[in-house]
Design a protein around this ligand. Structure first.
Ligand code: HEM
Length: 579
């Protein structure tokens, strides 16, 4: 008792208040104080009034958090009712911000279970997909969010161009936007490498190979070393891309986003092009009767958007969308056929197919970036109206069409450089996913040499269907340069429970030289036993050949040292980890 009385005699402010006003009034005052500090200016009564949409008092307390608070100083206190609807922004800038935050949140979840090392990265990914609670959902959300963010940021840029919103005084807003566009693209691209499967390694290798082309050679080589951390991607490259993905680019993005938002608030959201006189910018002078206040209208609406959109994305990922399955463990020695860069870089891959790497992969993209950055200084006409900007808008339409055509050219459907023998073998034994041979019924792959043309007389249904597929892929490839095309499957009992399957294509070239292409895989009973069963995960040990991956690849016109593009020049028969 004496102890309590002793405490009560101390001069602690809150105790003094309790002595003077009583417990209830003191706690109420304390609560008011805390809420006002947290909201940077609004007391509980103000918050209640905001939520009820009561008219604000005078002076309007709802303006205080914009002036005194950290978060809301990035939001305007009110908008013009002309920019409050779907047109002209289509909410694309807002959506870009949403996805930026969404990617950070889902990314931090994935980070907890991921180590950026070639020894474990792939295994970590498999763990996230199969063991970590909600891991697969989080990966789907992160992947879908990344794809959507790229598309939305690009659309946002297009809309600010179409509505002429990048014109004076918003030139610098546009420039910070271009930085954000690059941050978004490189963020997505650097994330591509992290799963460390065949697709990620080779898609990123294609992209990064452009830096090697920078002239003079010594500069290209040095920049390549800086980007990859070694002549080829390995532990250093993975760590660099990881650090860029989780620290470097998000930091640059946050700073650029801060400046971007600051400029948007400074100049106000541009009104629809037809709403102002030509050359006049009235975005900052919003008449009282046209104001839509952030609190409560826009705030409550944005809270609804955030919850609705998050719920929608979760539902889509739970029931409809699945991020692409992991392919085989990354293998720097095996280049899969038809690897493409991510869709948003297909246009660049298309340009590389046109001609010289330096011109089409460096100089032209570099010049295009410069033009994009300087665009507000090129199109200097004062009018933002569509009718007055026919040249600018036509140029935008032509650019979009050009990007679409180049993207098509970058896809595997245009100017494929592989030959029919590689195509036919890859149809049975692809290097990017298990494929028909590795999924086949192991017991029905019986010892023997089978000619694909005689598929109907093969002894087992599995052999018949595989040989049929093989023959189908070589149908119609005979030509004067390629005569007497024949395809074989050779099944050998290599060790107990281990079979070696060789696919071989032969023909005679126009000058009479015999040509042969063959590729082998070692299939273990435990991984290819039952019909339709999925082969087990390739061993994530660095350097080990994934189970069921073609372990020996020899390809050359007979009597010549040439090796078809995309195939390793050396052949090392290594029975996979299952052997
Ligand atoms: C992560 C990427 C980006 C984010 C989060 C973002 C965010 C925003 C937001 C919230 C606005 C307010 C108006 C609106 O919603 O349209 C805005 C406006 C603007 N943004 Fe972006 N933006 C991004 C990328 C870009 C890019 C790539 C460009 C162009 C190269 C760009 C150029 C502009 C311009 C010119 C405005 C002013 C529009 C106006 O006043 O009507 N932004 N941005």
């Amino acid at each position: 008792m004496d102890f309590l009385r002793g405490i009560f005699q101390l001069h602690i402010p809150i105790l003094d208040d309790v002595k003077a006003k009583g417990v209830k009034a003191t706690l109420r005052a304390k609560f008011d104080d805390v809420v006002t500090r947290v909201t940077a200016g609004l007391g509980p009564a103000d918050v209640r009034a905001v939520l009820r949409d009561d008219p604000p008092g005078r002076p309007n307390p709802r303006l205080k958090p914009h002036a005194e608070g950290f978060w809301l100083h990035m939001k305007p206190t009110y908008y013009h009712n002309m920019v409050d609807g779907l047109y002209p922004t289509f909410r694309l800038g807002w959506l870009s911000t949403f996805f930026f935050a969404f990617e950070i949140i889902t990314g931090v979840f994935l980070m907890v279970f991921y180590t950026p090392s070639p020894l474990v990265a792939y295994e970590n990914m498999r763990n996230i997909l199969s063991n970590v609670p909600f891991g697969s959902l989080m990966r789907d959300l992160h992947k879908l969010g990344a794809e959507l963010m790229v598309a939305i940021v690009a659309l946002h840029m297009l809309r600010t161009f179409i509505t002429g919103s990048y014109k004076k005084p918003r030139q610098f807003t546009w420039a910070t936007g271009v930085v954000l566009l690059f941050v978004t693209l490189i963020l997505s691209f650097s994330g591509y490498l992290l799963p460390w499967d065949q697709l990620s390694l080779w898609a990123v290798t294609i992209g990064a190979s452009m830096v090697e082309a920078i002239p003079p050679e010594v500069v290209g080589r040095t920049v390549n070393l800086i980007v990859r951390g070694a002549p080829e991607f390995g532990a250093n490259g993975l760590l660099r891309f990881y650090l860029l993905h989780v620290i470097g680019l998000p930091l640059v993005g946050i700073v650029a986003l801060g400046v971007h938002y600051y400029k948007v608030i400074l100049h106000g959201h541009s009104l629809p092009p037809g709403a102002e006189d030509v050359g006049v910018d009235t975005a900052k002078r919003v008449p009282m009767e046209s104001r839509v206040y952030f609190m409560p209208q826009i705030l409550t609406r944005e809270l609804w958007y955030v919850s609705g959109l998050t719920a929608l994305l979760v539902l889509v990922c739970a029931f409809i969308y699945n991020a692409p399955v992991l392919e085989a463990h990354a293998d720097p020695l095996i280049t899969p056929l038809h690897i493409t860069s991510p869709w948003y870089f297909l246009w660049l891959q298309g340009m590389l197919k046109i001609g010289d790497k330096v011109i089409w992969g460096l100089l032209i993209p570099g010049a295009l970036t410069g033009v994009l950055l300087m665009l507000p200084y090129f199109e200097v006409g004062p009018s933002r109206r569509y009718g007055d900007r026919r040249i600018g808008l036509s140029a935008a339409a032509v650019s979009v069409a050009g990007l679409a055509i180049l993207s098509f050219m970058g896809s595997p459907w245009y100017k494929v450089t592989s030959s029919p023998d590689q195509e036919a073998v890859a149809a049975l034994m692809p290097q990017t996913h298990p494929g028909p041979l590795r999924e086949a019924n192991w017991d029905e792959l019986t010892f023997g040499t089978y000619y694909a043309g005689d598929w109907a007389s093969a002894p087992t249904p599995t052999l018949r269907s595989l040989l049929h597929l093989f023959a189908d892929h070589l149908a119609g490839v005979e030509s004067p340069e390629r005569q007497g095309v024949a395809a074989y499957m050779i099944v050998e009992d290599w060790q107990t429970d281990l079979k070696k399957i060789t696919l071989r294509v032969t023909w005679t070239q126009a000058d009479g030289t015999p040509y042969e292409f063959s590729q082998s895989a070692y299939l273990h009973r435990s991984h290819n036993g039952e019909a339709g069963s999925q082969p087990a995960a390739p061993a994530p040990t660095a350097g080990a050949a994934p189970i069921g991956t073609p372990a020996a690849t020899v390809s050359a016109p007979v009597g010549s040292a040439t090796v078809p593009a995309g195939m390793p020049a050396t052949a090392t028969p290594t029975p996979g980890a299952g052997g």
